[in-house]
Write a protein of this length. Structure first.
Length: 95
């Protein structure tokens, strides 16, 4: 299984189409459980929880710049690809 998380950036829009940048990848196809993250976006705040059901990506210390649409693509070995999305809205003051 491979899980890939994407982040929509408002300034990456061309002809009305938003572009998503890969920000985190988790790969356990060979049993090694390798991962990669774009630290220019998450700055070390991402934590992937593979043992949860379903597995999830958490982001610590949320800030206003994290507000966006996030997509998760999961490619399975023996099942169809799954794509889900969530919109994160930051409301109120952060401490």
């Amino acid at each position: 299984m491979i899980q890939i998380y994407f982040h929509q950036f408002e300034n990456f829009k061309l002809n009305g189409i938003y572009f998503f940048l890969c920000l985190f990848r988790y790969d356990n196809r060979d049993g090694s459980h390798s991962h990669w993250s774009d630290d220019t976006v998450l700055r070390g705040r991402a934590l992937f929880l593979a043992k949860h059901n379903p597995a999830r990506l958490t982001i610590k210390n949320i800030n206003y710049q994290d507000q966006s649409v996030y997509k998760c693509r999961v490619d399975f070995k023996m099942a169809p690809t799954s794509i889900s999305s969530i919109t994160l809205q930051v409301v109120g003051k952060l401490s």
